[in-house]
Design a protein around this ligand. Structure first.
Ligand code: OVV
Length: 399
């Protein structure tokens, strides 16, 4: 006998301020409700368990990015901005742009940056050790990426702070058209125009990531119109994400002082400590896919053309996958976490993000005896990114 099984339904709003303030009880409820859940408020599907999130990420043929990786379906409404040539595409088109970015952000490319990044981190931590206290969000988690990333791209000096409101706009745009989005895109046009200008060959130095992307025009890998769009991807995805990741690591190490002492005892754990912070906080909380065919997930039927919301942050704390998921543990085996995604769209800048995290945490491990929270940390709400607006810290010098 055929029995119609009605899927679990949730009335939660995962794009509300109440949710962002404490997403964890809702994450647990969504995981426990079933392998897929219907979100009534947005009439979409959601996956919050590790196995299903991983499955959706790794089946691009069924779960497409080309109709947008936000709530908006590009087949039903015009995209808010020109779609990304890498994020909002499927193979085979995706693979051509991705190949260029893979090369520009390769292990070999990271080697050439490592010493410079480490020196910048040392200088920044030395300067902060000279202060009584400071706000680690603007002065470290934002300041460090802004000090190294635009230089690595080969951007002109000036107005580099625009990268922050630009990222804030784009990452809000993946959610519903709520107040956060409206606030972020107010007066968007000057910042959008600035980003377009930064992406042009003539405004980029000869030796950075930007020039290397434009060089793919000469090899026939990209057209002249495509190259600035691929540079735009770097400018969009490369700053707010690492700001949030560094903030996550600083917040973890200040809330779990015994983990910071472990790191001090072995600064070689810096990369692992950053990786565990990415699992623990999941700077990128969510992305969407759109189904290209009718599909069954965990015994439930999903039609073609349906939006599926993936809760990366919930997957990264799923007790079905992780032991003691609520513990920040720098010795944990983090392999398999989906904080950088998984599959063909897995974060192309993850080596650069890890390098930034590693050099900052190494500098802290070698120079700092203790990290003290000296004021109320405040969260920054965004439809996609989980991060902080403020983290007042005092660093105690190693004797
Ligand atoms: C991963 C990501 C986030 C935001 C924007 C883009 C990529 C892009 O390619 O524009």
């Amino acid at each position: 006998m055929d029995v119609a099984i009605t899927p679990p339904v949730s009335t939660a709003d995962p794009f509300s301020r109440e949710f962002f303030a404490d997403p964890f009880p809702v994450h647990a409820a969504l995981r426990d409700a079933g392998p897929v859940v219907r979100l009534a408020k947005y009439e979409i599907w959601a996956v919050a368990r590790y196995d299903e999130v991983h499955r959706v990420l790794n089946d691009w043929e069924t779960f497409s990015s080309a109709r947008g990786v936000g709530l908006s379906d590009f087949k039903k409404e015009p995209p808010w901005r020109l779609p990304s040539l890498v994020l909002e595409t499927d193979p085979p088109f995706h693979d051509r742009t991705r190949k260029v970015l893979n090369r520009v952000l390769s292990p070999a490319a990271m080697k050439t940056l490592k010493e410079r990044f480490a020196a910048a981190a040392d200088t920044m931590i030395d300067e902060l050790l000279g202060r009584d206290s400071f706000d680690a969000v603007p002065e470290l988690s934002e300041a460090f990426p802004l000090a190294v990333f635009p230089d690595a791209i080969g951007m002109p000096q000036g107005h580099r702070h625009n990268l922050l409101p630009y990222g804030n706009m784009v990452f809000n745009s993946f959610g519903p058209r709520n107040e956060l989005f409206a606030e972020a895109v107010r007066d968007a046009e000057p910042v959008m125009a600035w980003v377009r200008a930064q992406s042009e060959r003539k405004n980029l130095s000869d030796d950075g990531f930007g020039a290397q992307i434009h060089a793919a025009v000469a090899t026939g890998e990209l057209t002249e119109d495509e190259a600035p769009m691929v540079v735009r991807s770097l400018l969009t995805a490369g700053v707010d994400t690492t700001v949030s990741g560094l903030g996550a690591a600083l917040f973890c190490l200040s809330r779990f002082p015994e983990q910071f002492q472990k790191l001090r005892a072995n600064p070689g754990l810096a990369r692992a400590a950053f990786e565990e912070a990415v699992r623990f906080e999941s700077p990128v909380q969510t992305f969407f896919r759109t189904t290209t065919r009718p599909v069954e997930v965990g015994g439930f039927h999903i039609d073609e053309g349906e939006k599926v919301l993936m809760f990366l942050g919930a997957a990264n704390r799923d007790p079905r996958k992780w032991g003691r998921p609520e513990d920040y543990d720098i010795a944990r085996k983090t392999v398999g976490h989906v904080g950088f995604g998984s599959g063909v769209h897995a974060c192309v800048g993850q080596l650069l993000a890890r390098l930034e995290g590693e050099v900052v945490l190494q500098a802290l491990a070698r120079k700092v005896a203790a990290i003290e929270i000296v004021g109320e940390p405040r969260r920054r709400f965004n439809n996609t990114l989980r991060g902080l607006a403020s983290l007042p810290l005092r660093l105690h010098r190693t004797q």
